[in-house]
Design a protein around this ligand. Structure first.
Ligand code: HEC
Ligand code: HEC
Ligand code: HEC
Length: 282
């Protein structure tokens, strides 16, 4: 949980937020009620109670709203009842979020079906129900997923000849390796560049083993043959003692564009959200 200073800081931020009438942007992971969510996220990923309850809620809502809009009275009433029951169940799972699940709009829709209100009026109520879902999803779905559905980047490691290497250290090594090769080439130090390249290549190979921390199936993007071909070409230039920086430039660019940047776009939000959450709890 929060340290004393963290709590005080949070208190100050709340005070400032209230005074200014605006919330400061916060590390979203601290926002989620993990104590209430934890019990619903036990066991393997495909079997988390909260996720399953949400999927069921989505199915029941789909059935209920469709039937209500078709004005199939009896079917709609039964489906709306079953949707409402599931919503009550889901709402009870995380008490802090109860207020996000109003029963009012579902009851309104039930009344509209009973009263055979016109389609436009029913459509308007359905839209409001859908909005209640989106309001919470837009704010909490990703932080919950970063916490419970993404693997833990801080504990992802790979074995090397010199022992265990963390995900983060491997990343720093990749970046310094690329920078070192380019710097050495620019300075005409091809021997040093080759040494830096050797380490860079070794780190790139190790990176593929990292994926297995979280992915059971091997992944192609970001570490595929196209990227590796750029890396091998760089080695070829170095071994042939090529010192023209311009020959290397497109290779650095491609490696960044094909591997580093797109992979960061996919994985970094979750990784940094996890990191920010840990810092908030220290
Ligand atoms: C799995 C996809 C993936 C690939 C491919 C990847 N990275 Fe990363 N990288 C990450 C993630 C996730 C983080 C944030 C987590 C961390 O640093 O522990 C990160 C962090 C970093 C950081 C640290 C940033 C910081 O501010 O602390 C650097 C530097 C970095 N990567 C460089 C690279 C370079 C250079 C490449 C390409 C040669 C690369 N990465 C390829 C996923 C990837
Ligand atoms: C108070 C917050 C909250 C409300 C309100 C809420 N949800 Fe969710 N929902 C979540 C969270 C958090 C997740 C992510 C769960 C996970 O990935 O384990 C989620 C995930 C889902 C998913 C899985 C979607 C996906 O692509 O991962 C469905 C379907 C879903 N919700 C349906 C609904 C419906 C329908 C409603 C409205 C009737 C609703 N939810 C209302 C919090 C909420
Ligand atoms: C800490 C856990 C973790 C690590 C380490 C990790 N990933 Fe991912 N990655 C995920 C999650 C979670 C997703 C989103 C859901 C999914 O695809 O399983 C994802 C999504 C992806 C996707 C997009 C979905 C797809 O399959 O097309 C690719 C590609 C990918 N990862 C490649 C990699 C590669 C390559 C590595 C290693 C260099 C890697 N990942 C390392 C957790 C991780």
């Amino acid at each position: 949980m929060f340290s004393v200073s963290g709590r005080q800081l949070a208190g100050m931020l709340v005070a400032v937020g209230v005074v200014l009438g605006a919330w400061p942007a916060r590390g979203a992971e601290e926002d989620i009620p993990t104590a209430e969510l934890d019990p619903h996220y036990k066991g393997p990923k495909g079997n988390h109670a909260y996720t399953r309850a949400m999927l069921e809620l989505g199915m029941r809502m789909g059935a209920a709203t469709t039937a209500a809009l078709r004005s199939n009275g009896e079917l709609a009433k039964a489906a709306l009842k079953s949707f409402r029951e599931q919503q009550t169940k889901v709402a009870a799972m995380v008490p802090s979020w109860k207020g996000y699940f109003p029963a009012g709009p579902i009851d309104e829709l039930t009344n509209a079906v009973n009263a055979k209100t016109d389609a436009a009026a029913r459509r308007e109520i359905v839209t409001r129900i859908e909005k209640t879902c989106t309001t919470c999803h837009a704010r909490f779905m990703f932080p919950v997923q970063a916490h419970y559905r993404w693997g833990d980047f801080s504990s992802a490691v790979v074995q090397t000849d010199n022992g265990e290497l963390t995900f983060h250290q491997l990343m720093l090594d990749l970046a310094s390796g690329l920078g070192a090769v380019r710097g050495d080439v620019a300075a005409g130090q091809i021997k040093d560049a080759l040494a830096a390249y050797g380490k860079l290549r070794e780190r790139f190979v190790s990176m593929e083993l990292l994926c297995g921390n979280c992915h059971e199936q091997p992944r192609q993007y970001f570490v595929d043959a196209n990227v590796k071909a750029r890396l091998l070409k760089m080695g070829g230039l170095l071994r042939r003692n090529v010192a023209r920086a311009a020959d290397y430039a497109p290779l650095f660019n491609d490696i960044n564009e094909m591997s580093c940047l797109p992979c960061h776009q996919v994985h970094m939000p979750a990784a940094f959200l996890q990191m920010a959450g840990r810092r908030g709890k220290r």
